[in-house]
Design a protein around this ligand. Structure first.
Ligand SMILES: Cc1ncc(COP(=O)(O)O)c(C=O)c1O
Length: 905
């Protein structure tokens, strides 16, 4: 049966976009409507200005109508009922219904119990519906999207039919949202975070009645793909692909009017199943619930809970297990009172039997890690219980042999520098662009990475270059164009491996804007691209035009295209799951998307994992990783979007608040990303005219973008980080505190005497204008360079690190003496990592020559915490004799002999 499309109406623009989210517009819209409905009811009862009140209500209804067409509650029929009351001028009933809906929405009670939208005289129908739906109590609720061009009557029949399938034993409960077109389906997928599954029925029109400003950006100009001319029968499949790109976690089904067998043969991998018309409604219902269960299951958490409920005697080395050592104690009862017994009942280890082992998983841990891999878009995932500090060392040790060259972001987390020492890598440090005004670094430009690779190629060392290691996003929220970096590097070295330290970015995989710029998201896209015939053609054209030019400048100035026949996708990502998602402290993950893992890495990875993993990992941390994965697979999209909303709201408030903007300014993309890396030309995601509309554009085109990442200070900035636990109240609280600070500053400034004011201005100037230039990495001393005639900069940090264990080859030097020697052009070489906090990156690593820029920076820093520097002694450096520094006269004897005397490491 082919349904007739509805009559085509002109498209209506919805003037909202995802940034300053539709959800807040919706929340605020209902609050506003409640107020206006009250006023209208009062005006009607007491004879006020009815037309004015009506006008205001009509305006809000107009705003809410398109939004509500994408949600199951109050749903299309509920909203129509509201409109009918308004049109019939039944203002008291209208007011009553608006309040009922608004309350149910704000308390989210519609998820837990039946909310009647009927008026009194319809009580009988209501009773019947209530009986049907009462069973929802205590079951997780979700919404099912149905894409089909149905009349209101047909929609109601379908809703009833699906409700009639409910059984007492169903674990979840759902309501339906019906949308009529391709575009509406996409809008619904973006708007409605309650959606968990989508049924695409055969044949539906393309266009929505509404036009959403961000849609065309998010969908990469899909209209130009010839969608208009695509037969209706093929739209379903394409819609499935598009939905999977936006929200890959959704379960997709197709119900078709043509031969289901035929369609099933052609269906893309995104669909769970295909059904023929309505004949299989029950089967569809079961499939939907079953697929939700697949995401809901938490194999390890469940196993641990079952274990904790079994009566067992504990005869292994874990006295706290089952709370025994506490329950019997006279002195530490408060520990149970605080934590509850559950956590101790679940304290166990692999050796006690019954549960899986993290070191050799074959049971629930193995399955749970596989589920995590699915959720984060990896081929395989490994859990780590000692944070990303350990995760990073595992990956580096697994991939690097002594003597391999690694290109490493100098401002990366210290675990990488130590990882290099442990693995014996030859390190080429990459410099990020400096942001001197804020005493922080940006990210490493693609041009510098290419330049280093080309230098190494010229020196005949490309075969030794194994890994590029970058931080995405940086501590300050700067995010790479991950796909471009990998593409261009692979064009120079096709088997290069990438480690993206995404310690702060675990949340990013659950939102379409961010996912594009994650290591796993980009790896999947590259893999697909290298198989795509269009890309092969593009490469052939590129090769023809570009050739193999001698001059490096051509390589640097051209956007390089890798050879899809030779390029391998070899990507590793580390996540501090505990930093941005629900997980106990130290819960981290390693995600692997490496085509050559089985062949080249598996054994070494296993050994590296064994090297760094405790034989007594904490099972509570593991269980939290399992549950955290369930959460993001079911509500990650909602949580991440809300987290972004909160950060945006904070920025908007500060940018528009008269007092706050006097003292505080949010750094915008223009402050943190220099023009040359911002082809979009956009300076700030928010401005008062265009509001948030341009953020998508930056995320599409700029070499670096600025994420919302907040929790540290630099000399003159403070970083606040919103996360998936942030609420509107906490944002309001922060604003309140900022206002108080601003008020205090106002009062203090007014009370200052002229000399005090001069001093104050001087201090402010020093903090905001006279900032020390951030130093680049200088170079490794030739003693620690790899090969005496090396023309490339790689250094053997491990040699320097272990050599510093020998007291006889090291000495301490005070700052004034060091300054004097460096000014006299003497080579002084650090024996230690020297790391000031903030900014928290090593300004010196073992084997590095100390430059005057570095000393100027240290001197200008007003931080007291400098790891690796002892104020009473100074800096630990190598003696001239040990490394053959200049001034052979004062060193005495032949340097070569002393070099040989240095410990061989
Ligand atoms: C970029 C980066 N990588 C790794 C880590 C280490 O992570 P964890 O605290 O999980 O050990 C941090 C910690 O701050 C970090 O900022």
């Amino acid at each position: 049966m082919k349904r007739k499309p509805r009559s085509v109406e002109p498209q209506r623009e919805i003037a909202i976009n995802l940034y300053r989210s539709v959800w807040e517009v919706r929340n605020d819209g209902w609050i506003h409507l409640s107020d206006e409905a009250n006023r209208l009811a009062d005006a009607a009862a007491e004879g006020g200005d009815l037309e004015l009140a009506r006008g205001r209500v009509a305006e809000t209804l107009d705003l809410l109508e398109p939004i509500e067409s994408y949600w199951a509650f109050p749903g299309r029929h509920g909203f129509l009922r509201l409109l009918a009351l308004f049109q019939d001028r039944e203002y008291a009933d209208f007011n009553d219904l608006v309040h009922r809906i608004s309350r149910a929405l704000s308390s989210q009670s519609y998820r837990k119990s039946f909310v009647s939208l009927h008026l009194d005289e319809e009580a009988a129908v209501e009773e019947e519906e209530r009986r049907e739906t009462e069973v929802r109590v205590d079951r997780p609720y979700f919404e099912l999207l149905i894409v089909d061009d149905l009349s209101a009557q047909e929609e109601e029949t379908l809703r009833k039919r699906l409700r009639s399938m409910r059984r007492d034993e169903d674990k979840f409960i759902y309501e339906i949202v019906v949308v009529p077109s391709f575009q509406d389906a996409l809008i619904a997928v973006l708007f409605n975070f309650n959606l968990q599954a989508c049924v695409i029925r055969y044949g539906f029109p393309l266009k929505s009645r509404y036009r959403l400003d961000i849609l065309h950006q998010l969908l990469e100009n899909y209209e130009e793909e010839g969608l208009e001319s695509l037969p209706e029968s093929e739209r379903g499949c394409l819609l499935g692909t598009k939905i999977a790109q936006l929200r890959p976690e959704l379960d997709l089904y197709m119900v078709t009017d043509v031969s289901a067998e035929d369609i099933a043969g052609k269906l893309c991998e995104n669909f769970h199943r295909v059904f023929y018309r309505e004949e299989d409604d029950r089967e569809l219902h079961f499939s939907i619930l079953q697929a939700i269960e697949e995401r809901y299951q938490t194999p390890f958490f469940t196993a641990l809970r079952v274990y904790s409920q079994q009566p067992t005697g504990v005869f292994h080395a874990l006295p706290i297990s089952r709370g025994k050592s506490i329950l019997q104690s006279h002195w530490i009862q408060d520990m149970i009172q605080f934590y509850g017994l559950g956590v101790f009942l679940a304290e166990t280890s692999a050796t006690s039997g019954g549960l899986d082992s993290l070191l050799e998983p074959i049971g629930p841990i193995k399955v749970a890690q596989e589920l995590a891999a699915r959720a984060f878009g990896a081929k395989r995932t490994f859990w780590v219980t000692n944070g990303t500090s350990t995760a990073n060392k595992i990956v580096v040790q697994a991939l690097i042999q002594p003597g391999d060259i690694v290109l490493l972001d100098r401002n990366c987390h210290k675990s990488h520098h130590y990882g290099m020492v442990l693995a014996g890598a030859n390190v080429v440090y990459l410099d990020a662009y400096p942001l001197n005004e804020y005493s922080m670094y940006g990210a490493v430009p693609i041009r510098s990475i290419k330049q280093r690779l080309l230098e190494l190629r010229r020196a005949g060392k490309l075969d030794r270059v194994k890994l590029v290691l970058l931080t995405n996003c940086t501590f300050d929220g700067i995010v790479y164009d991950v796909e471009r970096v990998m593409e261009e590097c692979l064009a120079i070295k096709p088997d290069l491996i990438f480690l993206w330290d995404e310690a702060w970015f675990a949340f990013a995989g659950f939102h379409p804007t961010y996912r594009r710029r994650t290591g796993m998201g980009a790896a999947a896209r590259l893999r697909e691209r290298f198989r795509d015939p269009d890309f092969r053609r593009r490469y052939a054209e590129f090769k023809e035009q570009f050739g193999n030019p001698e001059d490096d400048r051509h390589w640097l100035d051209t956007r390089l295209v890798p050879d899809p026949e030779r390029a391998r996708v070899r990507v590793y990502v580390t996540h501090s799951t505990h930093k941005t998602l629900t997980a106990l402290r130290q819960g981290s993950m390693i995600h692997v998307y490496d085509q050559d893992f089985k062949q080249k890495v598996e054994e070494a990875f296993h050994e590296a994992y064994m090297t760094h993993t405790s034989t007594s990992p904490n099972y509570q941390i593991l269980a939290s990783l399992d549950v955290g994965r369930r959460q993001v697979e079911l509500e990650g999209y909602e949580l991440v979007q809300k987290q972004v909303d909160h950060a945006m709201a904070l920025r908007e408030r500060i940018a528009t608040h008269a007092l706050l903007k006097k003292y505080f300014r949010f750094l915008a993309t223009g402050d943190l990303i220099p023009k040359e890396y911002r082809p979009s030309g956009i300076e700030a995601y928010f401005n008062s005219e265009q509001r948030w509309a341009r953020m998508e554009e930056c995320w599409h085109s700029d070499e670096f973008v600025y994420g919302i990442q907040i929790n540290k200070t630099s000399r003159n900035t403070v970083l606040f980080m919103t996360n998936i636990g942030t609420t509107r109240s906490s944002v309001a609280y922060l604003i309140e505190i900022l206002v108080k600070i601003a008020q205090e500053l106002d009062v203090r400034n007014e009370d200052m005497s002229p000399p005090e004011m001069r001093l104050h201005r001087f201090k402010v100037d020093s903090l905001t204008k006279q900032l020390p230039a951030l130093p680049d990495f200088s170079h490794f001393h030739r003693f620690f360079r790899c090969g005496t005639d090396s023309t490339t900069p790689e250094g053997d940090m491990r040699k320097a690190y272990f050599m510093a264990y020998d007291e006889t080859v090291c000495r301490y030097i005070t700052m004034p003496e060091l300054q004097r020697q460096v000014a006299a052009k003497r080579e002084v070489v650090s024996a230690m990592f020297v790391i000031p906090y903030p900014p928290g990156f090593p300004i010196l690593v073992p084997g590095q020559v100390i430059s005057k820029e570095i000393l100027a920076f240290i001197e200008a820093l007003d931080t007291r915490e400098i790891h690796g520097y002892r104020p009473e002694l100074g800096f630990r450096v190598f003696t001239d004799e040990a490394i053959g520094a200049v001034e052979p006269d004062s060193a005495g004897g032949a340097p070569a002999a002393r070099i040989a005397a240095a410990p061989a490491v």
